[in-house]
Design a protein around this ligand. Structure first.
Ligand SMILES: [Zn+2]
Length: 670
């Protein structure tokens, strides 16, 4: 009846009684789970298990709690529940649901059937059958199952909601919305479905309807974090500006629009043009790119979704991502993220959302490296260890590495593996093979069929070829890992002790053992620092150039490299290095001033205008100089009108600023 506080009081009294059965604690735990408090829920469920080790319902409860966080333990708890009490219908239903989430449809159907055999009212099991049918594109079969549910209980909205949830988990957002609508229509008071409908409409770029739905849900007790935070996000969207043209919609926080818009707009249009040509298709409708300076606002978008979702996310034609201002400088490359997400936009559209996770992620990672070699797939220590310990999955099971990770780094490792697989396919079979695979996935073929048709190998043969190829590429680094770790440790100690000669003699060997390592405390930066201390500028520049080529993104190192390149008489290279920083951390006034000056001197007038305007957008202390710089760039580009505007603005900031006075006289021909 929704009287949760009263229910809580009764439960408290009940479980305090001597001899209270374990089941009472289980039911109380389930109440907490339903009311969005998994911490208390887990505590009570575990107490129940202490009281009675073979309590199947407690295991069901723990499976539900763990499933919320895509914790691998969820399936273990569900399996245990089935084992302890094979006649417990809900245990089979929960297990079936988890198997389907984990991309194991056959196992899911088997469990769902076990529940249906036990009870003609196993409505959730029927809904899982419907969801499995939908995912296999057997819509008639799905509808038949939903009809069976309606025959038992026409107001059972949860059945549609289960189907909707699986569609969303498989990135089929428009259909997910359609089924959440059916859930709400069948059961108007199913507030969880109303909230999810709102959240998924927001993901499609809507605002008005979601606000209404989310408020209704929240005001009726659906006060979970996802609902509350989505409402908060709708509020903070008031601070956003929308900039539209024929093919793009940019949504940026007003306070950083001026700085970021030129960069984002340029790259977004470039990505659309590049992918349209490469994938031989055009998008239906404009792409909406949302950039969030507050990471929490972005995180709302990915709530309840599996995987990393850490930097960017794509829902159909809507892409949401962090702003570089919301991250630690050097942690995030918005350019790589945007090109990654834009690949998803095209592939989801090309396949009508029927693409397995491993392929769309792998292709998106591959495309990062195609857009810019410095953004190529990263062989991080976690990945090296996973390869060493033979933890890569067969391609036919790779999807499972993205949802319920079997070890903490598995999602990250699966992204890497997917990316390498697509690199391998592009290298061995060519780009058209990748495009052919996209087409085959659009035709609803399975991974095995897609491989056979386009690559003429079975998944097993593919795995063998891929592992041999990967070994050729990274095998040495993997074999060197332990000695690399030891030698890096020794190098860190030597560098900290200030022995530059010894650092210079030790570091190259460390780099050679694991050249791809560009993370914290890497050998490149120790070597460059020591080389500089010894006055070897050319050596330090060569070291830092190799570091950036390998994907090193520390802003301090890149700025140091640009200075060295300038000092050594390579201004074009210095400008290129600074321009890379624009993708990493553009919130840096000095970067824009330096790059503006370099480009102005090199005759890149449009580049100079952009950079000096970016410096101005940072609201520097010396506004007169910043406006004056913009004026000079416009003048160089032959735009006297804009130059005069800027020079007047410069004089407004500092009426006595001599260079601006001089430029104004020049402009007025006096
Ligand atoms: Zn992705």
């Amino acid at each position: 009846m929704g009287q949760w506080e009263d229910a809580k009081r009764e439960f408290e009294e009940a479980i305090a009684r001597p001899g209270a059965p374990a089941l009472w604690r289980v039911r109380y735990g389930r109440l907490f789970h339903e009311r969005f408090n998994n911490v208390e829920a887990e505590k009570l469920l575990k107490e129940a298990l202490q009281q009675e080790t073979a309590n199947a319902q407690a295991y069901v409860g723990l499976a539900l709690v763990s499933a919320d966080g895509f914790d691998e333990k969820a399936t273990q708890y569900a399996a245990k529940a089935v084992e302890v009490d094979p006649k417990l219908v809900e245990a089979h239903e929960v297990f079936a649901n988890l198997q389907l989430e984990d991309a194991k449809p056959d196992a899911a159907v088997k469990e769902a059937d076990a529940a249906i055999a036990l009870s003609p009212d196993a409505l959730d099991a029927m809904a899982i059958r419907a969801a499995a049918a939908m995912l296999a594109d057997k819509k008639a079969e799905a509808e038949a199952w939903l009809k069976k549910i309606a025959a038992v209980n026409p107001a059972y909205g949860e059945g549609y909601a289960i189907v909707a949830r699986h569609l969303v988990l498989n990135r089929r957002y428009p259909e997910g919305v359609e089924y959440y609508r059916k859930a709400v229509a069948a059961e108007p008071q199913l507030w969880s479905a109303r909230s999810q409908l709102g959240i998924n409409l927001m993901r499609m770029g809507e605002e008005e309807e979601p606000r209404k739905l989310l408020e209704e849900a929240y005001n009726n007790g659906q006060t979970d974090v996802a609902t509350a935070n989505s409402l908060a996000l709708l509020d903070s969207l008031k601070n956003f500006e929308t900039i539209k043209d024929d093919t793009t919609v940019l949504r940026l926080d007003k306070k950083e629009t001026e700085l970021l818009k030129p960069y984002l707009s340029e790259q977004l249009h470039l990505a659309i043009a590049t992918y349209s040509k490469k994938y031989k298709m055009s998008l239906k409708g404009p792409v909406q790119l949302e950039v969030y300076p507050n990471h929490e606002d972005f995180a709302v978008r990915t709530m309840g979704m599996p995987g990393l979702g850490a930097l960017g996310v794509t829902f159909g034609n809507v892409v949401a991502m962090d702003s570089p201002s919301g991250r630690r400088p050097g942690d995030f490359n918005w350019g790589a993220t945007m090109w990654h997400e834009m690949s998803h936009v095209f592939i989801l559209s090309a396949t009508d959302f029927r693409v397995p996770r491993w392929f769309t992620e792998g292709l998106a990672v591959h495309e990062e490296g195609q857009a810019n070699p410095m953004w190529a797939n990263r062989l991080t220590p976690e990945v090296v260890v996973a390869i060493r310990d033979k933890k890569l999955l067969p391609v036919a099971q790779l999807d499972q590495g993205f949802i319920f990770p079997k070890y903490p780094e598995q999602v990250l490792v699966s992204y890497y593996q997917g990316g390498e697989i697509c690199d391998y396919i592009a290298e061995k079979w060519g780009n058209d093979a990748l495009l052919g695979m996209v087409k085959s996935f659009a035709e609803r073929k399975t991974t095995a069929e897609v491989m056979q048709v386009n690559l003429h190998v079975s998944p097993d043969e593919f795995d063998k070829g891929f592992m041999a190829w990967l070994d050729g590429r990274v095998g040495a680094t993997v074999a060197n890992f332990d000695s690399w770790r030891q030698q890096l440790k020794a190098l860190v100690a030597t560098a900290a002790g200030g022995d530059n000669d010894k650092t210079i003699s030790m570091a190259p060997a460390v780099v050679k053992l694991y050249p791809e390592y560009v993370g914290d405390a890497n050998a490149y930066e120790f070597l460059a620092t020591a080389q500089l201390a010894k006055g070897d500028k050319a050596g330090a520049a060569a070291t830092l150039t190799e570091f950036t080529k390998r994907g090193g993104e520390s802003p301090a190192a890149l700025k140091k490299l640009a200075s060295l390149q300038e000092e050594l008489g390579h201004p074009a290279e210095a400008a290129a290095t600074l321009n890379e920083l624009n993708f990493i951390y553009p919130e840096d006034e000095e970067l824009h001033r330096r790059l503006g000056a370099l480009w102005l001197a090199q005759g890149n007038k449009q580049g100079a205008i952009r950079e000096y305007s970016a410096a101005l957008a940072m609201k520097p202390l010396d506004m007169a100089q910043a406006q004056f710089d913009v004026a000079r760039a416009y003048l160089a580009a032959g735009d006297k009108g804009k130059a005069e505007e800027s020079v007047l603005a410069s004089l407004e900031a500092a009426p006595g600023f001599k260079p601006a006075q001089k430029l104004l006289l020049e402009l007025e021909g006096k």
